[in-house]
Design a protein around this ligand. Structure first.
Ligand SMILES: [Fe+2]
Ligand SMILES: [Fe+2]
Length: 407
């Protein structure tokens, strides 16, 4: 454990560190790491309150990490839910909103409402002695979670947590609370953004009688190839989220062309091809990386490797990688999926067509990588298979149950 002055200083630093984390899992792990260090304890775990339940979210443990390593420990202590009642220690702290400092869990007086559950200790051969459990609150002072610190260690031996530890832990928990809420909000906003992107993309594809599964499959195929080609994680995920917008420009193409049953004449084809430029115009000038990436994809997903594509007749590596990736994924998906107007092509035939396009339509390296991963390709295709009802989802039947939509 560290000295008091030092710990105030440390708390300030911790607050800054916590506020810079954007993803919740990383944040929870950092909170536990800091809690272990600040309190000088063997283990720490975190519960969050979700829909009137306590959900075990994450843990760190000196003993288990030494015994099993971090990965196995985390895989063993997976998330679980428990009832939010005063019978458990974490539940008691959550419901009373006040911290508990228990010097020996085997000596909890019978008059107390809460009890220590020895199930995990018995199962895995651990011995919990001292516990310091603090509520994690939001700005309105509502409890959003519980932080448990397990077995204070001094000179290599398990000891009790001091009153000072409790004070520090309470300040630390309130910092953790602010950070958890900020991160959850950031995650929610990110999710809302992506959800909006996805739904708009569905609207664009729907007019072309595509299903929402089409854009999911294209996104997954494109990310799979990017991942196999060892693009960095950030690029893989940008491509994944940008790919759905490849045909957003179809919103600007008249129905008479987009939904024409027969083949298009040269004039109509020219108009149809404008969807790539329209899409890029809709998406241009954004400061958001995923939209910038989607602009490039919208503009270049019909370019061909040999320079015979549109709209710019770019050739080979002059076509941005994300455009080459989506071109491949989009064509393969169009070939292998069922449409209202066409049956599904057998896989072997589709692969044959794709291979014929190697170096002319498609980037050969990307194509090799794609065709070398057919098991994963099939997995994606099966997961997002079109069902008959998917084709009718947005159809105006004239007698909708609007009450159902309101729900
Ligand atoms: Fe397109
Ligand atoms: Fe498409």
């Amino acid at each position: 454990m560290i000295e008091k002055n030092e710990s105030v200083e440390r708390l300030l630093q911790v607050g800054i560190a916590l506020s810079s984390v954007e993803d919740l899992d990383t944040l929870l792990d950092l909170i536990l790491r800091e809690a272990q260090e600040l309190m000088g304890c063997d283990g720490a775990s975190i519960f969050l309150v979700e829909k009137n339940k306590l959900v075990f979210k994450a843990m760190r443990s000196g003993t288990y990490f030494r015994m099993w390593g971090e990965e196995k420990t985390k895989a063993t202590f997976k998330t679980f839910e428990m009832a939010l009642t005063k019978n458990s220690i974490a539940g008691y702290v959550a419901l009373t909103a006040s911290a508990l400092n228990i010097s020996d869990v085997s000596q909890i007086p019978g008059a107390e409402q809460y009890r220590f559950d020895p199930a995990f200790d018995e199962k895995y051969g651990y011995k919990t002695v001292s516990l310091l459990v603090t509520p994690i609150k939001n700005k309105k002072n509502e409890v959003i979670g519980v932080l448990e610190m397990i077995n204070a260690i001094e000179n290599g031996k398990v000891t009790r947590f001091s009153g000072e530890d409790k004070e520090i832990a309470e300040s630390f928990s309130s910092q953790a609370g602010v950070a958890i809420l900020n991160t959850s909000l950031t995650e929610q906003l990110r999710e809302a953004n992506f959800d909006t992107i996805f739904r708009l993309s569905v609207a664009a594809e729907y007019r072309d009688k595509e299903t929402s599964n089409h854009i999911k499959r294209v996104s997954y195929y494109a990310r799979m190839i990017a991942d196999k080609l060892r693009y960095c994680t950030e690029d893989c995920s940008l491509i994944f989220w940008a790919a759905p917008m490849h045909d957003i420009g179809k919103l600007g193409i008249p129905d008479s062309i987009l939904q024409k049953p027969g083949p298009l004449d040269p004039e109509e084809r020219k108009i149809m091809e404008k969807h790539s430029v329209i899409g890029a115009k809709v998406l241009k000038d954004s400061k958001v990386p995923v939209i910038q990436k989607s602009k490039v994809i919208a503009l270049t997903h019909h370019e061909k490797y040999d320079g015979t594509g549109y709209p710019m007749k770019l050739k080979g590596l002059a076509i941005p990688a994300e455009g080459r990736l989506v071109a491949l994924a989009d064509v393969f998906d169009a070939l292998t999926s069922k449409r209202v107007y066409k049956a599904q092509m057998p896989e072997e035939q589709a692969i044959k067509i794709m291979k014929e396009g190697s170096g002319s339509h498609f980037d050969p390296e990307m194509l090799d990588c794609f065709l070398g991963s057919l098991d994963e390709v099939r997995e994606i295709r099966d997961k997002f298979e079109d069902k008959p009802e998917d084709f009718d989802k947005l159809k105006d039947t004239g007698n909708e149950d609007l009450g159902e939509l309101l729900k």
